[in-house]
Design a protein around this ligand. Sequence first.
Ligand SMILES: Cc1cc2nc3c(=O)[nH]c(=O)nc-3n(C[C@H](O)[C@H](O)[C@H](O)COP(=O)(O)OP(=O)(O)OC[C@H]3O[C@@H](n4cnc5c(N)ncnc54)[C@H](O)[C@@H]3O)c2cc1C
Length: 676
Amino acid sequence: MNGKPKIGVYVCHCGTNIAGTVNVEEVRDFAASLPDVVVARNYSYMCSDPGQALITEDIKNYGLNRVVVASCSPRMHEPTFRKTLESGGLNPFYLEMANIREQCSWVHEDPIAATEKAKRLLEAAVVKARNLEALEQKEVDVEPSCLIIGGGIAGIQAALDIADAGFKVYLVEKSPTIGGHMAQLDKTFPTLDCSACILTPKMVDVANHPNIELMTYSQVEEITGYIGNFNVKVRKKARFVDMDKCTGCGDCAEACRLAGRIPNEFDEGIGMRGAIYLPFPQAVPAKYTIDKENCLFLAKGKCGETPKCQEVCQAGAINFEQQDEIVEFKVGTIIVATGYDVFDARKKPEYGYGIYDNVLTALEFERLVNASGPTGGKIVMLERGKKKKKKEEEAEAPKVPKSITFIQCVGSRDKSVGNEYCSRVCCMYTAKLAHLVKDKIPDCEVTIFYMDVRAFGKGFEEFYDRVRREGVRYIRGNPSEIFRRGDKLVVKAEDTLTATPLEHETDMVVLSVGLVPRSDNREIIDILKLSQSSDLFYLEAHPKLRPVDTASDGIFLAGVCQGPKDIPDAVAQAKGAASAAMIPMAKGKVKVEAQTSVVNEETCRGCGFCVELCPFTAIELVEVNRQGWPVKVARVNEALCKGCGACVAACLSGSIQQRSFKDNQLLPQIKVLGVK
Ligand SMILES: Cc1cc2nc3c(=O)[nH]c(=O)nc-3n(C[C@H](O)[C@H](O)[C@H](O)COP(=O)(O)OP(=O)(O)OC[C@H]3O[C@@H](n4cnc5c(N)ncnc54)[C@H](O)[C@@H]3O)c2cc1C
């Protein structure tokens, strides 16, 4: 746009958020006195319909060609006001915002100083606005397919919703089966639904859905591209079992020389498996996998003349020659649903986990209490590491505990282990497990040590009351130590309600471990350039308004990978992520970032710093002809560039500029702010 700038300035009160500290009328009058400002107004909520109408009316009546809004952070409402400019007939990039809320009224108490600062921020926005340029927002086509990483309940729900809507889904799961942690649970709080009964039908639906391509025992290796056009490379790890031939009969697992000798991860090591295994009977797909680290034939080359599994497999499915396979495909959107790990209880050595056989984590206890678990749901004392007696009749019947004690908040709300957050599920799963103990062993004495009970969800408080009525004893106190006295475990604590130190004897201790980010989260962070919040879970774009989006367009989050939550919340978030991912796929086109970097190829030295630095792999070195000589220069792929500005700051020759943040736009701002 040519001609003299005609700037309209709009100062928002944000209720009392800004007006409670900043004198908005004074800021408006100051704005009106600035060169090129033709109108200045203040209003209680500028983002509201009447607030936006003030702007669109002024654009028409005063012929405004630049707009400055002094309000909240642009992260909050820049898209809102850009749309306002568009509806007033102005290029949306003629907007500049002054953040006088987060960067002023919220962080200052002195009204006079805050008002002065608001004026400076506003003036800086006005001088920048003078030199703003119109930008064109390009559109790219969107591939109507979605990659979902992680096949827990969140990934499963998102996959089914998207596939039901008619889009293609690629569901990539690292382990040999989908189901995630929910598959390990017995009952679920507070309704006590059987976890398998509500989960396994969904697992089967995923496997049978014509729009879902399920890749288990697989890992995403590389993703390039941008919203609408992501190129994905997946490694399908060799199972050494032909999936088309395997009938899931299980003869191989029974025949394996190591049957019952390798701790089964699915049973948290309480149950055992062989080197060829199905994690659990309802696994999807119901196909066996050979664990190559443990298989005698694959790891050591010796398992008799013919490996037993191969000998007994009628279908001829065992294939020791099988190799990993790399598959490549294109998707328009991505949902990350990689879930969580439980807190490693060894990091609290005072609780004796890993030392005493009958100090268990809650997830181990879930397997112990589970009807399809290693003990068939019988709660018995564990003798870990002891070799199984060969003959059934030689083995003593396992003892049933007479008392079980739960300790809550192990690895949650605990600064000493670096986890300040509440894991949100432990209070309720502890109550659930306590109820299951009372259900199975009515005369068992059940005690729970707690800090506070957080029963915030639907039906939670009622469930907590029910468990107490069933005779479960709650003691408020954070135990300091667990040690052995004779054949009993002793929990040393203080009852903080009566200020009494106590030693509580028990047969078994269950540690209610918190939910922590997966130890291998880095893999996905490196591939997708995701950000993490301070607790190291993946960071959403906005905690309230964009809880399923990430900072990268087209990449969404679902389930516990974003933060601790229970199954209903994980499912709700998965449905949210699915609907967010379907919007660009349904539209078929998407707008890409307009405030991208541009290289002046005449002055670029081709050093390549920017190429290495770009987190979005948006820059490459290309050969051009400069006065008859071939030289390398940087070139930006505008569809990939997210406008982060890292390349601009790093460019040694000052050859890269970012649209809307060019030198002639930023330097006057710096001058006004008096930054030396
Ligand atoms: C002891 C215990 C008891 C609980 N009891 C209840 C209860 O009764 N009720 C309730 O509502 N909630 C309960 N919860 C919480 C519940 O487990 C979670 O809310 C739920 O499992 C979250 O599902 P998710 O899909 O987000 O994650 P997960 O279940 O962890 O699933 C994530 C999946 O992603 C896969 N994955 C990870 N990384 C990758 C990768 N890079 N590539 C491919 N795949 C990957 C994993 O293998 C896994 O299959 C309990 C939790 C615990 C610890």
